[in-house]
Design a protein around this ligand. Structure first.
Ligand code: HEC
Ligand code: HEC
Ligand code: HEC
Length: 430
């Protein structure tokens, strides 16, 4: 007969062994081996490098990995996520601080699985969950391109993550939920250009990383693909039947917009979308045309709504019967003082003229973030490129004026329901 003390001890041992087993399982689940240090081949085929150059534009690698235009791909740009700030890394072939010691296998593992050469799991601020489905030949071309860039010394910067997200092994759970390495479904009935567009949009250009809402865990909510998402504090509008665009998109205007950041009757590409347009403007025009064709297939599902966008002319003062008259009056005065001189007349060939605001998508977005950002920060043309420029009003307009202006533009520009969270958003985004 066993004594009760002994049985209790046995139970303890069993529980401990169970825990140890669990810890071991967790370790193997989260752990990835380091891959050996290996210098890249000294030479690459020129055609392969050229192909990689185009793919790097379509994948917008420079938008995140180039902080200083004089030091391409040296990394160091902070990307704000709900879980903290992640810095992009140096992807030049510098041996000590870049990816110069990475074999093709190490590069491919990073791109497909989000694992660095040394075995660290990478944050999905790096869109490897899209790049995972790159065609093998495209992966080789990208490797060839990056290994032939000038090597620049730039050590990685320390991320600023909120507790507990600084602990990278947790990313194994994210990958379990959101990293889908299965081959892409191909719709063979579609024409070749559409197929090419689908591949570029989903895999390289990762349009849905910004234009699809995210779950609480920061993964793509794929049931709501292209329903509108966010990027760096901007609202990225829906690109499907839910598009808030006040004017319908034609495929050709979409192509103009993607290549140049501007299209007749539509707002300019501002914020993170400006970077996208700059990159796509340098890519193979046939590839960007394929993207436009594919995305237009979704955008054209948006119902044609009667919006004030068809109307030309300056915005009106608030009507006497307005239930929120005092605020609308302040908004109108702010508009007349700060905006009307450029925006009343409509876009012309000269600078100092701009789209009438009843045509600006930011007034129709389901939340006011992009409008508030544009008002405060203005719109600067991309580095080194001549372009249209709008001053920022952060120092001129206080919160009360910005709120009143946004409320006024929403009602008298877009003739839409008030934004419910306007006051809070103006304060929070300061
Ligand atoms: C949306 C921003 C973004 C884009 C676009 C992007 N990256 Fe990155 N990338 C990052 C960030 C951030 C990291 C670092 C992640 C971390 O530290 O966990 C990273 C890491 C990497 C790494 C691992 C390097 C290392 O030192 O661990 C490689 C390789 C890489 N990126 C290649 C590319 C290539 C090639 C492209 C274009 C096809 C690209 N990236 C596009 C943000 C981006
Ligand atoms: C880094 C995030 C990001 C990526 C990647 C991105 N976008 Fe955007 N996009 C935005 C934001 C933010 C806006 C809103 C910009 C503004 O208000 O000026 C926008 C605006 C747009 C618009 C204008 C919508 C309208 O109705 O006026 C189109 C069209 C668009 N994006 C298409 C694309 C396509 C196609 C891709 C992929 C090739 C893409 N975007 C990739 C963030 C992104
Ligand atoms: C000095 C001229 C100027 C002033 C003043 C100005 N803007 Fe702009 N704004 C521009 C230009 C130029 C663009 C981009 C090019 C275009 O749309 O034709 C722009 C773009 C915008 C956009 C994006 C949609 C678009 O037209 O492409 C919004 C929204 C906007 N401005 C709002 C405002 C508001 C609100 C004010 C007043 C607080 C204001 N602007 C004052 C020149 C100006």
């Amino acid at each position: 007969m066993e004594r009760p003390g002994r049985a209790r001890r046995n139970r303890w041992w069993l529980a401990l062994a169970g825990l140890a087993l669990l810890a071991l399982a967790a370790f193997f689940f989260m752990w990835r081996p380091a891959l050996p240090v290996q210098a890249a081949p000294a030479r690459f085929d020129g055609a392969l490098v050229a192909r990689g150059a185009n793919l790097s534009k379509l994948g917008m690698c420079a938008a995140c990995h180039t902080a200083d235009p004089g030091r391409p791909f040296a990394g160091g740009l902070a990307l704000d996520t709900p879980f903290g700030a992640v810095y992009s890394t140096n992807i030049t072939p510098h041996a000590a601080t870049g990816i110069g010691a990475w074999s093709f296998d190490a590069f491919e593992r990073a791109m497909r699985q989000g694992v660095a050469r040394d075995g660290r799991l990478l944050y999905p601020a790096f869109p490897y969950n899209h790049y995972t489905r790159l065609a093998p030949e495209d992966m080789r071309a990208l490797y060839a391109y990056f290994m032939t860039r000038p090597a620049l010394a730039a050590p990685a910067r320390e991320n600023r993550m909120h507790f507990p997200f600084g602990w990278r092994p947790l990313l194994a759970f994210w990958n379990l939920l959101y990293l889908d390495e299965s081959p892409r479904q191909i719709d063979a009935r579609q024409p070749a250009e559409w197929q090419r567009g689908a591949y570029l949009v989903d895999v390289l250009a990762h349009c849905s990383a910004c234009h699809t809402p995210r779950t609480l865990l920061g993964g793509p909510d794929l049931r709501r693909r292209f329903d509108g998402g966010e990027a760096g504090g901007w609202y990225a509008p829906a690109l499907n039947a839910k598009s808030p665009s006040p004017l319908p998109w034609t495929r050709d205007h979409l192509l103009d917009y993607l290549r140049t950041g501007i299209a007749p009757g539509h707002a300019v590409a501002a914020g993170p979308m400006q970077d996208v347009a700059v990159q796509l403007g340098q890519a193979d025009p046939a590839d960007v045309a394929a993207i436009a064709t594919y995305i237009h297939g979704y955008l054209k599902q948006a119902p044609v709504r009667a919006t004030p966008a068809q109307r030309d002319g300056p915005l009106p003062p608030p009507s006497d019967g307005d239930p929120d008259l005092a605020r609308m009056q302040l908004g109108y005065e702010t508009y007349a003082m700060a905006c009307a001189s450029c925006h009343d007349a409509g876009r012309g060939p000269g600078s100092g003229t701009a789209l009438q605001l009843q045509k600006a998508v930011a007034l129709y977005d389901p939340d006011p973030r992009s409008l508030i950002r544009i008002v405060r920060e203005g719109i600067a043309p991309p580095d080194g490129e001549p372009g249209r420029w709008m001053p920022g009003f952060a120092t001129l307009l206080g919160d009360a004026q910005v709120t009143a202006l946004a409320a006024y533009l929403r009602r008298y520009g877009a003739q839409a329901e008030p934004w419910p969270d306007l006051d809070e958003t103006v304060k929070k985004t300061r």
